[in-house]
Design a protein around this ligand. Structure first.
Ligand code: C2E
Ligand code: MG
Ligand code: MG
Length: 771
């Protein structure tokens, strides 16, 4: 990947981190995490259950006591008796969570008051703060009746469930109408409470382990003194029928007196753990998140995020266990969670991107990946296209073709010297040359061609493949354009039989022009811009014109006459050559029919485009055209270029057999430009060869051309071919061909290509025409 891509990735990771930290800050300031915070604290308390001090003993007004001592509410002399018993047992302090705010019988109230007095005023009695009415915002404090409170300490027993109805916190003291009342738990634990500040009841204390004894047993002296000696005794109701029960997060619904005991235990064990807020852990999480965002590897990111999360969870736990306070973890956790989610999503997206940059079949980086590269001006992008890919694929099937493409990429990699090779589409590769020197590049591409000369062995097949190369000198174009241009150059090289070409402006203009022509083809055919001219061929022995070759012409309204060599390859590549060929074929057969009608003993030759040989419809179309024109098929010659016959001999033979079966004559055009031997051509069902004009034109002055033409004529005759020489430009050439025994001559000396009607006067009428 490039530096550029990494830059953006890093930026977005930082952005994610910043967002995460922002979310943490919002959580911190808005307080939306409070519920979660409490849940976490309860959860942490559950992780380290701890025993109570056993310093506090609950004297329960339980079911058993209610059963033993009938007539509830109990006469207050029982409470008096209880206090006496507790003092006798040596209790350290005595606190009641029992309502004494209403008077009972004077005797009982007095008995309790006296007992309290005997205790020296050390017994703690409860007060309740409550609203004056359910609609009132004013509060009053319910106190024990004056007779009792004269001999006792007073302490508040208010319990405050939170909005969810759970008791989590406990107030140090309660202020009602400017009177500050310390809490019962505070007095019991002998901690002075400050105003209405509250603390969290430590839920790790197991309430069921707090020692309890039945009221009735104590009152009747049935509890051994050792159980109560030196203890802080809390008296309250636990029997269900007496109500006074509250929900606690970890412990369910428990009696109020037990909650008082737990609050006192929390104080005694020093576990009030003041909340030191969310900032410290948020800072820690922010550091972890920023460090993670700096990392490039997923693992390193996970390591930082995990350390952050573990610390955020562990630090409050350690603080709480040691009683040093607690910290809010939710803002930090929100930060870490968002960062984890964001970075994970980013990693998934990156992985997805990576996958979309790989070709599924070959696992090579694809065009999209190439498009992501940053090219430097002066670099050379090289492209190679596998020749005859469509055929290869149709024969081999998809998976073997993928294997072939992979092997081709391996060969290219050898020459590309470790530069990545990208698969642009199924048959085209591009890579960046490791040299900017064109002669060096030429050597590399020559080496590549040499590598490709060895057939590829795939399974039990030996497959011959070749690669057409092109290159593009990078200016300021984007990678995809550079690749496309290099491929255009590769196609150009293959059309022109070059090893490779460098893309240049002319080539670009030519392509542009070809594309424009293609789009105009239909109009051109319909409006007569495209026409056919006929070039005469003369029988050398008699000097008579016996035949004519149909040659297509495009008279373009803006470009003038466009030579067929220019537009036919483009039309062939675009797969549109059938239309054009049939147009020429029909014109030629109509022309033939016209000549025959005029009593001229003529034949006609039509050029066959190479791609049509592979098209099974072509033979049918030819047959239909012959039928339509109602001429003898033997008067039609189809010219097939030597290179087409060479490319794939077996297929060429098969295609030519199909055409031959129609009764037409076949001719091998441009003979001599390929490297085929005549003996090889003997395999083809052709009856004629046309020696290419490049050998004929200068034959008179060029000895070696002369030798070549002469020997070709001799051998061709020996093998049973008729011989046509094209490019006969003067009389000397024609005379020489006559001495060589050549059969037919075609060239400017015989006649230039002209309209069919213009040709008729040049042809001598035959006496008898075999139609
Ligand atoms: P070809 O079939 O070898 O056609 C002969 C070419 O040589 C023609 O060029 C003709 O004008 C040119 N020629 C004829 N006599 C002389 C001469 O004495 N001296 C020189 N220097 N040239 C001469 P043209 O018409 O430009 O056609 C070029 C090629 O385009 C043809 O080569 C043929 O391969 C292709 N072509 C032309 N018409 C058609 C067509 O209808 N269908 C297909 N598939 N190809 C066509
Ligand atoms: Mg020809
Ligand atoms: Mg030719």
């Amino acid at each position: 990947m490039t530096g550029g891509m990494r830059g953006t990735a890093k930026l977005s990771a930082r952005l994610i981190a910043s967002f995460a930290i922002l979310l943490g800050c919002l959580t911190l300031t808005s307080g939306i995490g409070d519920g979660g915070e409490q849940w976490l604290r309860t959860f942490r308390d559950g992780l380290h259950p701890r025993p109570p001090t056993r310093d506090i003993v609950i004297v329960e007004i339980d079911a058993k006591s209610l059963k033993d001592i009938a007539n509830w509410p109990w006469p207050r002399r029982y409470h008096a008796a209880l206090i006496d018993q507790l003092r006798l047992a040596g209790a350290r302090s005595i606190a009641f969570d029992v309502d004494f705010s209403a008077s009972t019988s004077a005797a009982d109230d007095t008995a309790l008051a006296q007992s309290l007095a005997r205790a020296g005023g050390a017994v703690i009695l409860p007060t309740f703060r409550q609203a004056l009415s359910s609609s009132s915002a004013e509060f009053s404090e319910n106190l024990p009746i004056p007779m009792l409170r004269a001999h006792a300490f007073l302490a508040s027993v208010n319990i405050h469930p939170d909005s969810e109805g759970q008791v989590r916190t406990y107030e140090n003291g309660v202020e009602t109408a400017h009177v500050i009342r310390p809490s019962l738990a505070g007095m019991l634990a002998e901690r002075s409470g400050s105003g209405s500040a509250s603390f969290t009841i430590d839920q790790s204390i197991d309430p069921s382990a707090i020692p309890r004894v039945s009221f009735v047993d104590v009152m009747k002296g049935r509890v051994p003194g050792s159980v109560l000696a030196g203890k802080r005794v809390l008296i309250g109701a636990t029997a269900i029928e007496l109500g006074d029960r509250y929900a606690m997060p970890r412990h369910g619904v428990i009696p109020g007196v037990v909650i008082q005991a737990m609050a006192a235990e929390t104080l005694l064990q020093g576990l009030t753990n003041p909340d030191r807020g969310g900032i410290p852990l948020l800072v820690l999480a922010a550091i972890a998140v920023l460090l993670a965002a700096r990392e490039r590897r997923n693992r390193a990111q996970i390591a930082w995020l995990c350390s952050g999360t573990i610390s955020t969870l562990a630090i409050p736990l350690v603080l709480e266990i040691s009683g040093s306070g607690t910290l809010d973890a939710i803002p930090a956790l929100a930060t870490l969670a968002l960062a984890t989610g964001g970075l994970a999503a980013r990693a998934i997206v990156a992985e997805f991107h990576r996958k979309t940059m790989i070709d599924d079949d070959t696992l090579l980086p694809n065009a999209r990946a190439f498009g992501r590269l940053t090219l430097r001006p002066g670099q050379i992008v090289v492209a190679g296209r596998l020749a005859r890919f469509g055929e290869i694929q149709s024969v081999l099937g998809r998976s073997t073709t993928s294997e072939l493409v992979r092997r081709a990429a391996e060969r290219i990699t050898l020459v590309a010297r470790d530069k990545a090779v990208f698969l642009m589409n199924q048959d085209a590769f591009v890579w960046i040359a490791d040299t900017a020197d064109q002669s060096e590049l030429d050597e590399r591409i020559a080496a590549l061609a040499a590598l490709f000369r060895a057939p590829m062995q795939i399974g039990n097949r030996n497959i011959e493949v070749s690669l057409n190369c092109g290159a593009m000198l990078v200016g300021n174009e984007d990678p995809r354009t550079a690749a496309a241009r290099a491929l255009v150059a590769a196609d150009y090289a293959s059309e022109h039989g070059l090893r490779w070409t460098l893309h240049n402006a002319t080539l670009g203009a030519e392509i542009d022009w070809k594309l424009a022509l293609l789009s105009e083809l239909d109009t051109a055919l319909a409006t007569g811009q495209i026409s056919v001219v006929y070039q005469p061929k003369a029988d050398i022995a008699t000097g008579r014109i016996t035949s004519a070759e149909a040659l297509v012409r495009w008279q373009h309204p803006e470009r003038g006459t466009v030579p067929p060599d220019h537009f036919i390859p483009a039309i062939e590549q675009a797969g549109r050559v059938m239309d054009l060929s049939l147009f020429v074929m029909r014109d030629a057969l109509d022309q033939l029919s016209a000549w025959l009608g005029m009593g001229l003993d003529m034949q006609v030759a039509v050029n066959v485009s190479t791609p049509l040989l592979d098209d099974p419809r072509f033979a049918d179309e030819v047959a239909a055209a012959i039928l339509r024109a109602d001429v003898s098929p033997a008067r039609l010659t189809l010219e097939i270029t030597e290179s087409a016959a060479l490319a794939d001999p077996d297929r060429a033979v098969a295609a030519m057999e199909r055409l031959r079966a129609l009764g037409v004559r076949l001719s091998i055009d441009d003979y001599g430009t390929g490297q085929s031997t005549l003996t090889y051509l003997k395999r083809l069902p052709a009856s004629e060869i046309k020696i290419d004009k490049s050998f004929v034109q200068d034959m008179v002055s060029n000895r070696s051309d002369q030798i070549l033409v002469r020997s070709t004529i001799d051998l061709a005759h020996e093998l049973g071919f008729k011989v046509v020489a094209e490019g006969v430009e003067d009389a000397a050439c024609l005379a020489l061909l006559r001495t060589m025994g050549c059969d037919t001559a075609q060239g400017w000396h015989i006649g230039k290509p002209v309209a069919g009607s213009a040709l008729a006067p040049m042809v001598a009428p035959a006496d008898v025409i075999a139609a």
